[in-house]
Design a protein around this ligand. Structure first.
Ligand code: URA
Length: 199
């Protein structure tokens, strides 16, 4: 038999897996992304596996690298408030990141890292099969939508990904640095609230 290359084998396992726990196991043993070797912990998705709404961020920061849970640091606190403002609780949603390991010094993940990890996120989307996906920040938005646009331009617009309605929003860490953009962020949260009410 031909020996599959390690990445190919992981991608084959991925298409055969039946639930999120299995995806986690595959990522835990996946060595195809070097960020694994500088991170302290894997930060896999958390929340409701049957969620109607899925949130996808960029990559873990220092706090998440320690806790192993997405959005537990400063930007996570703001995200929780943004969700709460339209009556959502993170426990009813599914929250994950494009990249499951912290990039050193919180640098932006590069295109190779994103491309390598994209099949894992796409499989999570398939298995959760949410009605709506919120893309948190430009990296998540451009990675999923296969675009190369500024977040200021695409935020607040509804797109389709595999028949799922998708909206990019400002990343809360960007809002912490640019508080004057919070009015636009609020507009986007209302657009999400509207969409949920119509669904
Ligand atoms: N920023 C992200 O994009 N994801 C996290 O989990 C934390 C901060």
């Amino acid at each position: 038999t031909t020996k599959l290359d390690a990445n190919e084998q992981a991608f084959q396992e991925l298409s055969n897996c039946k639930n999120l726990d299995e995806i986690k196991v595959i990522i835990e043993k996946f060595d195809g992304c070097p960020l694994k070797f500088t991170a302290k912990n894997l930060v896999f998705g958390t929340g409701n596996k049957n969620a109607k709404i899925m949130l996808i961020g960029e990559a873990p920061g220092a706090e998440e690298d320690l806790t192993g849970i997405p959005f537990t640091g400063q930007s996570g606190k703001l995200l929780d408030l943004m969700l709460k403002s339209i009556g959502l609780d993170r426990n009813e949603l599914y929250i994950t990141n494009i990249i499951p390991w912290r990039p050193p010094g919180n640098r932006t993940p590069n295109n190779v890292e994103i491309k390598t990890m994209l099949p894992f996120i796409k499989r999570q989307i398939e298995l959760i099969s949410p009605r709506l996906i919120i893309l948190i920040g430009g990296i998540a938005a451009n990675s999923i939508l296969q675009k190369n646009e500024g977040i200021t331009k695409i935020r607040g617009n509804w797109f389709n990904f595999e028949k799922i309605e998708v909206i990019p929003i400002f990343h809360p860490s960007y809002l912490l640095r640019n508080p004057s953009l919070k009015n636009l962020a609020w507009k986007d949260m209302l657009s999400i609230k509207n969409k949920i009410e119509k669904a």
